[in-house]
Design a protein around this ligand. Sequence first.
Ligand code: ADP
Length: 473
Amino acid sequence: MFRTLQSRLWLTYVVLILTVLSILAVGIFVYVVRHPVVDRQTLQQLDVTSRVIKRLFEQGKFRNTITQRRIENLSEQFAMRIMIFDVEGREIFDSDQGAGEFNWRRLQSSIPGRGLIRDDHNQTWLFTTQKLRPDNTLFLAAPRQGGLSFLRSPQFREVLRDEFLPPFIRAGAAALVLALILAYGMSRWISSPISDITHAARKVTEGEYHAIDPQGPSEVRSLTRTFNEMLHQVQTSQQSQQDFVANVSHELKTPLTSIQGFAQAMIDGTVTDVEDMRQSARVIQDEAQRMYRLVLDLLELARYDAGTVQLDRTNVDLEQLLVQTMDKLSLQADQKGITLLREVAHLPLYHGDPDRLSQVFSNMIDNAIKYTPSGGEVKVTGKVLQDRVEIGIVDTGQGIPAHEMERIFDRFYQVDKSRGHDQDPSSGLGLAIAREIVQTHGGSIHVRSEPEGGSQFLVYLPLTHAVGVDRDE
Ligand code: ADP
């Protein structure tokens, strides 16, 4: 009972409506108590009676004892006191001789008029006064019940039954029905998109990813949009995890197959010659080495993912670092007939991890040599921009197709997988690691390329980590 959001919202509205109706009823009740309707009725009765008596008086019938008797009857019948005063305030007639006396001055001030007055017995009266020709005053009064005693009076019950309750009950019922319908619609409007999200979330556990159309109030719509984003991320990350496992298995399987084959040949005795044995053992060692490097790369990436990589920062002379890296790769470039060029301006000392930065530049220069045909050119540039250092590795190689540029930093991604692993130990992890290293330094890597027009890799390192002392000083 009332466990769901919709039923609770609905219940809230019902309680709210009932509360408003109760407050309204109490308000009207208080109004009735403070301005009793009964007083209004009594005053009307006093007015009517006073007009009748005035007429009798003016027709001169008052002196008639039968008329006086009739007036006394009226007084008894309507429980009102009828008095006539002369100009001095002396009583000419009083229907209730024994009752309390009134202050003549107070009465005089309200002729003709109506209101409330207290007698010398402290009884409160509702009264009307009016002039009688020639100089007399007619005073009619009815006792007013104190406190809430009027609630017991039949007039009050009559007013309550005929005037107050029927419209209140009708309006209240109509308001309640209308509000319940509105409340139902409103609670559905809020809760149904949330039910959709719950349904969609349940489907995710079954492996189905369905985005939801944002509906309902803005908070719920924003929740839906966030849910959709999360859904997309979960889907992407699950996909990339699956790809990752498939890639790792593939990358490990290739050298393992090779190792297994050569080892088997040695055990079977297929390879008997000492030189062949040595050759097989070398292949096994190379493949094991390749697997080892792959595992090291994966562990390194896992550390970046976990955020546990600690940079070993010192003051790095970037130009010298670039020269050393290029020197290491110069033989490789020479062998391939590629010219290595350097165009590096004065760079400030940079506070970074030299080994990791060298790994970045080495990977990029190595790629540039690898993907540039013989006779081409690889240029390393370096300059200081406003708030960062820019290192560029520009080649005249095959370039990267526009639609691949975003993906070359993904793990295991290689533009041309078919290039194979024969002599090439590349696995598609180099740029992924390079990006992690640069980002951990607070920088970024960008690539520009034209098909067949070479590639340009740009590494930006923020100058907040520059030491600010020029190397030449
Ligand atoms: P790999 O070990 O295959 O070089 P990387 O992560 O270093 O892996 O590079 C990913 C892919 O990006 C490469 O396989 C290659 O297709 C592409 N690539 C990287 N650098 C260049 C370049 N200078 N010219 C053309 N393609 C490049």
